[in-house]
Design a protein around this ligand. Structure first.
Ligand code: CP3
Length: 342
């Protein structure tokens, strides 16, 4: 069988029509997702019930025919597996017990103790490898250490990641130890996903944009470089996508420095600029603004084609610049796909 389109793009091939998938493609904008989530009871029960997590992963593949599936899970399952309390407040988002000092840190489990808690996630991966169409690869994922640390320190999402920045400057030893623990746990977690059948992995550094100056290299680039090196030491051909969201000028050289096969970019970046300065290092993933899938119309068609055409001379995976939002209209996803593929 011919190699999967997503893998071909990740290995540097320039394709006539780029492979396409969407961040948060399994999510609340889909009525079938809402029905399965209701059956599970709540979001975390959905993540930890392999048959249902596999079902919501498959739903957007069946409905839209995307070129990749992404494991249904969450970046915050790793802190939970390390011993943090985790719960989701409907309409607000995640809440965790907080890490404020060395004593809090000492109560966490070691990195290699995560697997018992995360075993249902690995089972979801095994089910998906059986049930996905043979031409659709499965993307496994984890949060990058800085982003995961911001949630563990603040106990929730924050606008400016203030609590994490405060610990970083106020108690650098504890902060660095937390980054180290998350780095090791992330290597463990992603290796286990690959062992279970994930064919590609993605690192989400959603809050990379708030790291300035030398902090960006130290806390976004360096830990991701280390994770990618550990993965590739065991699986030299494993493609890795990195997403240091809102990195701006720090996107330049990021794929080269970390050895990521693909740089995913957010929609604050101009596609023409990205083609010139970022695509020289390899595959680019992105970067349609998610709001187009709410508003639709000619603007959606134009923006889709403009991004496709801007990246047409190099390897490209079409995606959004961030996750699709719950108020998006599934009909607009069909319009996007038609604009891209025709
Ligand atoms: O379809 C997919 O993309 C795969 C599954 C996936 C989820 N979260 C499911 C989810 C992935 C890859 C993630 C990553 C994730 N989770 C990130 C990084 C990407 C990003 O968005 O920046 C972050 C920061 C999280 C943490 C998280 N999980 C937050 C802040 C929230 C609340 C915000 C929201 O959208 O409600 C979640 C919840 C979450 N994770 C949902 C889904 C489908 C919505 C939960 C629901 O059904 O109520």
């Amino acid at each position: 069988m011919a190699e999967k389109l997503l893998i071909r793009a990740l290995k540097g091939e320039v394709l006539k029509v780029p492979p396409v998938w969407m961040m948060r493609q399994a999510g609340r904008y889909l009525p079938e997702y809402r029905a399965t989530r209701q059956k599970a009871g709540d979001f975390l029960s959905l993540c930890f019930t392999p048959e249902l997590a596999a079902e919501v992963t498959l739903q957007p593949i069946r409905r839209f025919g995307f070129d990749a599936a992404i494991l249904f899970a969450d970046i915050l399952l790793v802190p939970q597996a390390l011993g943090a309390d985790l719960w989701f407040v409907t309409g607000e988002g995640p809440r965790l017990s907080t890490i404020s000092n060395a004593a809090d840190l000492a109560r966490l489990k070691p990195a290699d103790a995560i697997h018992e808690h995360l075993a249902p996630v690995y089972e979801t991966v095994r089910i998906l490898r059986e049930e996905l169409p043979s031409d659709v690869p499965l993307i496994g994922f984890a949060g990058a250490p800085w982003t995961v640390a911001t949630y563990m320190i603040a106990g929730r999402g924050t606008l400016d990641q203030g609590p994490a920045h405060a610990l970083k400057s106020g108690d650098p030893a504890s902060f660095d130890a937390l980054i180290e623990l998350i780095t090791l746990a992330t290597i463990e977690y992603l290796l286990a996903q690959v062992a279970a059948g994930a064919e590609v992995v993605k690192l989400f550094d959603s809050w990379a944009g708030s790291l300035k100056g030398a902090d960006f290299a130290k806390y976004s680039t360096a830990p991701q470089k280390r994770i990618i090196a550990a993965l590739k030491a065991r699986h030299p051909d494993l493609p890795v996508i990195a997403f240091p969201r809102e990195a701006g000028e720090n996107y330049i050289g990021f794929a080269r420095e970390t050895a990521a096969d693909c740089l995913a970019i957010d929609n604050s970046v101009d596609a023409g600029w990205a083609a010139e300065y970022l695509q020289v290092d390899g595959c680019i993933q992105g970067n349609l603004a998610p709001v187009h899938l709410v508003n639709g119309g000619q603007a959606l068609i134009d923006a889709t084609r403009q991004i496709r055409d801007a990246f047409a001379r190099g390897p490209h995976i079409f995606n959004l610049g961030h996750g699709i939002t719950p108020d998006a209209d599934p009909k607009n996803v069909d319009i996007m796909l038609a604009a891209l593929r025709n």
